[in-house]
Ligand binder design. Sequence first.
Ligand code: 2P0
Length: 355
Amino acid sequence: MSDSRSVTCQASPNIALIKYWGKRDEELILPDNDSLSITLDLNDMHSFTTVSTSSSMTCDTFYFDGIQQTKLSGRMQKVLNEVRRRSKKDNQIKFVEIRSRNTFPASSGLASSASAYASLAIALTNLFNLDDSQSTTAYLARIGSGSAVRSIYGGFVRWSSEGECLSSCVYPAEHWPELRIIILIFNSSKKPVSSTDAMQRTRETSTLFQARLSTVNKKIEKLTEAIKIKDFNTFAEIVMKDSSQFHAVCMDTYPPVIYLNEQSKHLIDLVHAYNQMDGNHQIKVAYTFDAGPNPFCFIREEHVEEFLRLLNNFYPAEQESKFDERFSSIKLPIMSNALERIVQTKIGAGPKIVS
Ligand code: 2P0
């Protein structure tokens, strides 16, 4: 009789509103600062990870998108070693098979490591009935990829840089259901410097970095309050400023780390021009950029249609598209064929065990 057991978990990516950048411990992935993120909706995109074990297995195996990988990455090996260390005598882990796939393409501008390691950590914690499941899951996700620790919860999630460096849900997804996220893909190619390497370089060379750290907690408190009362203007301003500060720190790194491109800068100008268009100081859209040129735009549902018209107007697929009079006061160049694709999503409720 087969003693095979398996658990499958789905987890979605998250987008940082206040960025994580810098590790005070590379090995354990302990962050220099707290960060705050939004977990995206599982229905739109997720990693789907199945972990299995049986006494007949003779080694650990990893399949990505159905294809067996020649070896497990160092980070994945580290996660499994930790599971072995923590598993109980009567439930000893011998070998595991990991099967993972993403329902979103790598070209969607989203880091898949967060959703992949969050789903792996949850599946492993459940398969081996590990103790202290919440802090164990957080630990396993974090040593896989720092930002993965935020994907183990839905809604608005804070990752603490103190104590056990756990994450927690600050407000659930249903707190602000009308919030939408529109991801603009200007360039889907791989980033020139990995986040892991870039943040290490920042720590070693940037003087602005320390200045940023001293501002983060205050920003998180203000942002949390804005989320609490659904004050979109304050929310938007804090999120955009933190994105710019993060990229300023990257620029202050030596040699500089430059993730933004011409289209990113154009979008920044476009969003501010659009927000100022009606002269009523009401912010309709906010952007944030991770370690890449593609903006994540936050917007309330009621403004989505108009914003999509704006994007269509300034980033048309063809040269000869018709100019929309609504935006005639915005004096910015039209960038034909700048957009590879648009992904629309919303806040999600968090991971799910499906078997
Ligand atoms: C974040 N990023 O808070 C920040 C903002 C990128 C820009 O977390 O080395 O892939 O695995 O801890 O988590 C990307 O870094 O790096 C990241 P590791 P990770 O989302």
